[in-house]
Design a protein around this ligand. Sequence first.
Ligand code: EPU
Length: 448
Amino acid sequence: MLSAPVIGHDRTMSDSLRITGGKPLTGEITVRGAKNFVPKAMVAALLGDTPSTLRNVPEIRDVQVVTDLLELHGASVAYNATSGDLTVDPAGLVPAEIGDVSVHAGSSRIPILFCGPLLHRLGEAVIPDVGGCKIGERPVDFHLEILERFGAIVEVVGDGLRLTAPDGLAGIKYRLNYPSVGATEQLLLTAVKAKGITRLENAAVEPEIKDLIDTLQKMGAIISVDTDRSITIEGVTKMHGFDHTSLADRIEAASWACAALATRGDVFIHGAQQRTMGMFLNVFRKVGGEFDVVSDGIRFYHPGGDIRSIALQTDVHPGFMTDWQQPMVVALTQAKGLSIVHETVYEKRFGFTEALIQMGASIQLYRECLGDTACRFGQRNFLHSAAISGPTPLKAANIEVPDLRGGFSHLIAALVAEGASTVSGVGVIDRGYEGFRAKLTALGADFA
Ligand code: EPU
C-alpha cells in the first residue's frame, strides 16, 4: 500500500466521539515512531545527495504536512503505512512559491526547519507562517536570529517568510537563552553544511534531538555533544541519504499509560522504550502505577490501592516533559490528596483543565511558581501552576478538544467519567496519535 491519500486523516471518521466511561482500559497496542522526530528526519533528508529511508513512521497528520511541503519542493516521497517505511528522494529539488506553501500556514511548527536545508541546496527558502498548538505564544525569534547569524537574510512575504543567503552560510558560536528543542534542531540542520565550526551552548538534549544527531551523522555530518549541554558541529560539504529507524513516541506511550492508570486498567504498549521515559516511569510509580519493562515494550497498570498525589514540575530533558503533563493531570484528579504541577516550558498549558473542572475535578490555577525553582513565567501574568485535589469522581460532559495533548487528556477524562460524554474536535488528535480510535477499540473502550 503506497502513499495513503491523506496520511493520518480519514475523512470518513466523525470529528466527535461519544464515550461512555467508567470502564478500565485493558489490552495491547503498538506505538510507532515519534511525532517530534519523524518530520525532522524527513526535512534532514533534503541535505543528502541520495535518497533516504526512514523506518517506523506512524500514520499521523504531521507526516502528511511535511510530505506535502517536500513534494511542493520537487522531492518525491513514498510511504508504506503498513511497514512504516518512508523514502524521500530530494533529486528534483526546486524552490517553492509562497502561494503554494501558504496552504500549510498555521498547520505545524515543522516548516521553519526547512530553512537551513533549503538555503544549502537552493540558496533560498520560502516558508509559511508556522503554527502548532494553542499553548502559548510560541515565537520563532530564536530560529530567525540563528539563521541570520549564519548569514541568512530574512524578509516577510505574504503569509510567510523568504530567506536567502547570497554569501553562503558560515559556522557560528551561539548560546540559547532557553534550551529550545526547535531552535537546537534549526541550528543542527543549518550547521552541518555551513562553512567552518559551529558551537551551541545551552542546547536542548531531548532523545528526539539525539536521534536527529544520529541521523545527520549517518548522512556524513560531524557532530559532538558534551555533557554540559553544548554541541559542536564541523561543517562538511557533502552529505548523502540515510537509513534510520525512528525512536518510539514517548509522549504517545505516556499518554496511554496515564489512560491505563486513570481508568485503573492494564495496558501493554509494544514499542515503548524505557531509556526515553525514565522520569515518567519514576512519577508513574510514585503516584501508585506499576510497570513491567520487557524487550519489546512496557506494561503499564494500576496494581490496586489508591492513586497517590505528587508535586512535580515540567522541564526540558532529562526532566518531566511538558507533553506528559496533561494526561498525568487527568490521572491526578483520581489521586488521594493534593497534587501540585508547575509548568515551566509553556506559559499557557493548563487551558485543558477548564473541561476537567466542568466534569467535577477540583483544580485551582496559580500565576505563582508552585515549584522549587522559579521559572520564566513567575513574574508574568500566566496561570502556569496547578493544584489538583482528589480524588473527585468525574461526570460526563460535552467537551471540545483545545489542542493535541489537551485533547487526548479530554479523551482520558471521558473514559474515567461515569456516563456518556461527547468529545468534539477529535480530528486534532490525529496530528500526533496514530490510529487512536482503533487503539481505543483494542483496549475495550466504549465509544461511538
Ligand atoms: N521559544 C521561544 N522562541 C523560539 C522558540 C521557542 O521563546 O524561537 C520558547 C517557546 O515559546 C517555549 C519554549 O521556548 O516556551 C520551548 O519551546 P521549544 O522550542 O523547545 O518547543 P518546540 O520545538 O516548538 C517541541 C515539540 C513540542 C514540545 C516541545 C518541548 C515538535 C514539533 N514540538 O516544540 O511538542 O512540547 O518541543 O519538548 O517537536 C506536542 O507534541 O504536542 C508539542 C507541543
